[in-house]
Write a protein that binds this ligand. Structure first.
Ligand code: FES
Ligand SMILES: [Fe+2]
Length: 434
C-alpha cells in the first residue's frame, strides 16, 4: 500500500471560504458604502460570515504578533496560539531559533498539543500517537499489521515566522506580505535596547472579552475614554491624542506639564542614542505601524501611581529608568509598552464574531527577583485594572452593535487612530475580495 499526499490539497479550506454570491455581493456593498470617519455598520461586529472573511482576509494573510521570546526561553519550550479556526505551535528550537507549526495532526486532524504552553521533545498526538520531530517531520506512525507509507508526505504544516527584537511574529499565508521586514527596520532600534532576550515572564493574563476583535482594537486605538481609567490616568497624560489648538482649557495645565516632560525625555533620549520620534504609518502600508517614545507623568519611570519604577532592575543595557514608555501599535492585533523597568505585550486573538481573547504579558529583567526587586501585585495593578475597564467598554459597544437602534457614529479628532485602523481593515478586505 502506498499513501501519498498532494501538498496543495486544501479543498476543505476552499469550501469554507465560499460565501454564496448573493451574500458576498451584499458584504461587498457594505464595504463600498462604508462612511469614512464613522464607525462600521453593525454586521461588521455581529455577522459570523464577515467574521469568517476577517479570518481569511486579515488573520490568514498578514503578519501577527504571537508571543515574545521570554515565553519560550529553553529549547523544546512551546506556546500554542489560537485565533478563529487556526491553532499554531510556536516552539523554541535547539539552535535558539523559533519554529511555527500548524497544530493539526496529519492523521485525522486532532490538536497535537492541547496545553497553552509547556516543554516537549518530540510532538506526540494524543489520539493515535503519531509522533513528530520538533521540526514537524512525522517520525513515528504505526498500527498493528500496517504497512510502511511515505511519512515524509505527512509532516506538520509550517507557518512563516520572524523574530524581531525578541517579538515573535507569525504568518500563515503562502506568501507573506514583504513590507513587514521594512517595518521591522523602523521598530527594532526603538525596542532592542530593552533586550527581551534577557527578560522573563512575570505574569500573563488571558481575558475573553465578549466583543468583536475590531471593537477590541478600536478601543485600544484611542484615549478619548481614558477618564474611565483612573489607575492609568496617574501615569498617562490625559492629553494623549490631542494636538495644539484642540486642547480644552481644563487640560491646558496638563498640556504644559506634558510638553516639559517631552522636552526632557527628548534630551535624555538624545544623550543615550535612543530614538523617540513618532513614526506613524497606520493605514499607508500593509504592516501598519505607529511607534514613539512618550513621557509618563510623575517620576516618568513606570505605570505606578507616582510614576516611580515598579521593578528595581533596569532592562538590557539601559542607563536610566526615566524613559517614559516606548509605545508601539501594529495592525492588526497588537500593542506594546516598553519601559525602563518592564515591558508589557498585548496580543488580540479572535475566537468568533462576538468573543476575543486578549493576552497581556508583563516581562521584567531575567535576574529580577519577585518580592525583592518587584512586587507582582504592584507591577500588574494598573494594566490589570485598565484591562477590566476596557473589557467593559468593548462589551457595551458589542451590545450596542447588536441593538436595532445602532447606526454608525462619527469618530472624534482624538480618535484618528481608530479611523486609521478601520481604514486599514477596509483596504485589506477589499484587496482580499478583489
Ligand atoms: S489524529 Fe493524531 S494520531 Fe490520529
Ligand atoms: Fe482603555
Amino acid at each position: 500500500m502506498s499513501i501519498t499526499s498532494n501538498p496543495s490539497r486544501t479543498s476543505r479550506g476552499k469550501l469554507s471560504s465560499t460565501v454564496p454570491a448573493e451574500q458576498l455581493a451584499e458584504i461587498r456593498e457594505l464595504f463600498e458604502e462604508r462612511r469614512k470617519g464613522f464607525s462600521l455598520d453593525a454586521p461588521f461586529y455581529t455577522d459570523p460570515t464577515i467574521f469568517g472573511m476577517d479570518m481569511q482576509g486579515i488573520f490568514q494573510k498578514n503578519w501577527l504578533f504571537a508571543a515574545s521570546v521570554a515565553e519560550l526561553p529553553e529549547p523544546g519550550d512551546y506556546v500554542t496560539v489560537e485565533y478563529g479556526p487556526t491553532s499554531l505551535l510556536i516552539m523554541r528550537k535547539d539552535d535558539g531559533g523559533v519554529n511555527v507549526l500548524h497544530n493539526v495532526c496529519r492523521h485525522r486532524g486532532a490538536r497535537v498539543l492541547t496545553a497553552p504552553s509547556g516543554s516537549t521533545g518530540n510532538l506526540v498526538c494524543g489520539y493515535h500517537s503519531w509522533t513528530y520531530s520538533p521540526e514537524g517531520d512525522l517520525i513515528h506512525a504505526s498500527a498493528p499489521g500496517e504497512t510502511e507509507f511515505d511519512k515524509s508526505c505527512f509532516g506538520l504544516k509550517k507557518a512563516h515566522s520572524r523574530v524581531y527584537a525578541g517579538l515573535i511574529f507569525v504568518c500563515v499565508a503562502d506568501e507573506p506580505p514583504t513590507d513587514f521586514d521594512e517595518v521591522a527596520k523602523i521598530f527594532v532600534p526603538y525596542l532592542e535596547p530593552h533586550d527581551l532576550g534577557r527578560t522573563k515572564v512575570a505574569y500573563q493574563q488571558n481575558i475573553v472579552e465578549e466583543g468583536n476583535w475590531k471593537l477590541v482594537m478600536e478601543n485600544n486605538r484611542e484615549c478619548y475614554h481614558c477618564d474611565g481609567h483612573p489607575e492609568l490616568a496617574c501615569s498617562l497624560f490625559p492629553t494623549w491624542g490631542l494636538t495644539e489648538g484642540i486642547v480644552p482649557s481644563h487640560l491646558e495645565e496638563v498640556w504644559d506639564r506634558n510638553k516639559q516632560a517631552e522636552n526632557s525625555l527628548e534630551e535624555r533620549c538624545r544623550r543615550y542614542g535612543l530614538p523617540y520620534e513618532v513614526v506613524e504609518e497606520l493605514d499607508t502600508r500593509i504592516a501598519g505601524i505607529r511607534i514613539s517614545r512618550e513621557p509618563l507623568d510623575g517620576e516618568g519611570e513606570s505605570f505606578s501611581p507616582d510614576g516611580h519604577r515598579l521593578s528595581k532592575k533596569l532592562l538590557g543595557n539601559l542607563r536610566d529608568f526615566r524613559l517614559g514608555r516606548c509605545s508601539m501599535h501594529l495592525q492588526p492585533n497588537s500593542w506594546f509598552h516598553f519601559l525602563g523597568d518592564h515591558v508589557i505585550t498585548f496580543g488580540v486573538f479572535p475566537i468568533n464574531e462576538h468573543q476575543t481573547l486578549v493576552r497581556t504579558t508583563w516581562l521584567v529583567a531575567d535576574d529580577a527577583v519577585e518580592g525583592e526587586d518587584y512586587d507582582l501585585d504592584k507591577l500588574t495593578h494598573t494594566w490589570k485594572q485598565t484591562n477590566i475597564q476596557d473589557k467593559a467598554f468593548v462589551e457595551l459597544c458589542q451590545q450596542g452593535a447588536g441593538s436595532p437602534a445602532y447606526e454608525p457614529g462619527p469618530y472624534m479628532k482624538s480618535e484618528y487612530q481608530v479611523e486609521a485602523f478601520i481604514n486599514w481593515y477596509v483596504q485589506r478586505m477589499q484587496e482580499h475580495m478583489a
